[in-house]
Design a protein around this ligand. Structure first.
Ligand code: ZN
Ligand code: ZN
Length: 479
């Protein structure tokens, strides 16, 4: 059955429904599966939403729904039965982030469902006004929807139409609604849709590939796909390409989000249903950022275990963190030893793209400056001894007097002295610097380097603990 535009006239306001329990106010929306009205309970005056099952091909005759042909009549009958049964099951599910279903009944030759009235914009409307959500807000919304979906799954129901239009931002957070496509899922968390529903899909971009088929099994992992697509939208303000396009090779555009979050979305949006996280909980677990390897105590204690970890990992090299943002946020620790940073002990990082300062501690600042002096002293000494020895040798070779020979020899001796003195100076200084190194220090001279390649900002740390903490702090900008 192809969905055509629904042109059935709406019921007039003040129509009484449900044996006088509800008084209709106005039509608030229509989709392929029916018309939604706002209404009030005649007793309390409370607002509710009432959905009337009606399809293209139906007409209204003095309130009643009549079908143009026998096929449509059969379909309306079957759909009505299904809606009654589904409403009965949904009444049993109670979750703060799921719209409440109050009751369903037959009337006017069709079926009506009374549901909770939700005040607020849909997630799509909210984003269209405000732009993409921050990571925390997006995860909060997605977490609320995941809770609602998990509640449905516990009752062996799958929603199959999760998308930004079907969640409303209310005072109590995001609330999932629209249960038109809700299906029972039997054993093994997998359902096959009734034949009459074949071809009814959700929304491209949000519907998993199995929704497009007629017999492909659907299950909790189908909602994982749609929630993944919804979270993708919340973070990037863009709808992912449809499952069909993706199967044809259109790639999912990478969002500028933390790597673990990217991995979670990538897993939820896998095309084969059995490759996705199996449940809402499994999906949600992937959002949690990986724990930093160091325990961030308030007293900045550095346990032996952590020191060993640092030591063993320090040997393995340089930890690169690539950012899309120049203003990095630094953990309040020393970039060399990872102990508490001292005030006024910032470590200078020189790069062709400018000077940067990274927090350090007094001791590390000193071993750095002494190491620098050591290599500079050695360099100067060795550099100086070369011209002296050249002049000395020249004088000796071209000597035509004892005086010139003596001068030449003296210069050679001087060069030798300068050479060994500078080597000695360097060795002394570097042993001084080494004395200052703590077991947790990562490099006597260069614990951190920085560069900018015209596109991204590249930080290289020698201390893995610092690199991990830095990564965590700058998560939204880490590539
Ligand atoms: Zn330090
Ligand atoms: Zn140090």
């Amino acid at each position: 059955m192809i969905l055509a535009a629904l042109d059935v006239t709406a019921l007039p306001s003040d129509t009484l429904l449900g044996e006088g329990r509800y008084r209709l106010e106005t039509e608030i929306g229509r989709g392929g599966y029916g018309i939604t009205y706002s209404a009030r309970r005649t007793g309390s005056g409370d607002l509710v939403a009432i959905k009337e099952c009606v399809f293209a091909g139906c007409e209204r005759d003095q309130g009643k729904i009549v079908c143009a042909d026998e096929d449509s009549a059969k379909f309306l009958e079957a759909w009505g039965e299904r809606t009654l049964a589904q409403a009965e099951r949904l009444r049993a599910v109670s979750h703060p982030h799921l719209a409440r279903v109050f009751e369903a009944w037959r009337e006017n030759n069709t079926v009506y469902v009374a549901m909770e009235w939700l005040e607020g914009p849909t997630l799509r409307q909210h984003l269209e006004e405000q732009g993409p959500l921050g990571m925390e807000e997006a995860l909060k919304c997605a977490g609320e929807l995941a809770g609602a979906l998990a509640a449905l799954h516990e009752h062996d129901l799958v929603h199959l139409d999760v998308k930004p239009e079907n969640a409303v931002l209310t005072e109590r957070g995001a609330v999932l609604l629209d249960f038109d496509l809700v299906q029972p899922c039997g054993e093994g968390d997998v359902s096959t849709r009734p034949l009459s529903l074949a071809g009814r899909i959700g929304t491209p971009g949000y519907a998993p590939p199995e929704s497009y088929g007629e017999r492909a099994p659907q299950g909790a992992a189908s909602d994982v796909y749609s929630l993944g697509a919804t979270l993708y939208f919340l973070l990037g303000a863009t709808t992912p390409p449809s499952a069909v396009d993706r199967a044809a090779g259109i790639e999912l555009q990478r969002l500028a989000i933390a790597p673990h979050l990217h991995d979670a979305l990538e897993a939820a949006l896998r095309l084969p249903i059995d490759a996705r996280p199996i449940s809402m909980r499994a999906f949600q677990k992937m959002w949690v950022p990986p724990p930093p390897p160091a325990v961030i105590d308030d007293d900045f204690a550095f346990s032996a275990h952590q020191a060993n970890l640092a030591q063993s990992q320090l040997a393995t090299g340089v930890y690169r963190v690539v950012l899309t943002h120049s203003e990095a946020e630094f953990p309040p620790r020393c970039v060399c030893c990872f102990e508490k940073a001292d005030r006024d002990a910032d470590i200078l990082v020189k790069s062709p793209s400018g000077k940067r300062y990274v927090p350090g501690c007094q001791l590390c600042l000193r071993h750095q400056s002494i190491s620098r002096a050591s290599s500079a002293g050695t360099g100067w000494g060795v550099g100086l001894s070369v011209p002296i020895v050249s002049v000395g040798t020249f004088l000796c070779v071209t000597s035509d007097s004892i005086l010139q020979l003596g001068m030449g020899l003296l210069l050679c001796l001087l060069a030798l002295f300068v050479f060994f003195a500078s080597i000695n100076y360097g060795a002394l200084k570097s042993s001084r610097a080494e004395e200052m190194l703590k077991s947790s220090c990562c490099h006597p001279l260069e614990p951190v380097t920085y560069s900018f390649n015209g596109r991204v900002y590249i930080w290289r740390f020698k201390n893995v603990l610092y690199a991990e903490e830095f990564k965590r702090k700058n998560a939204p900008f880490v590539v």
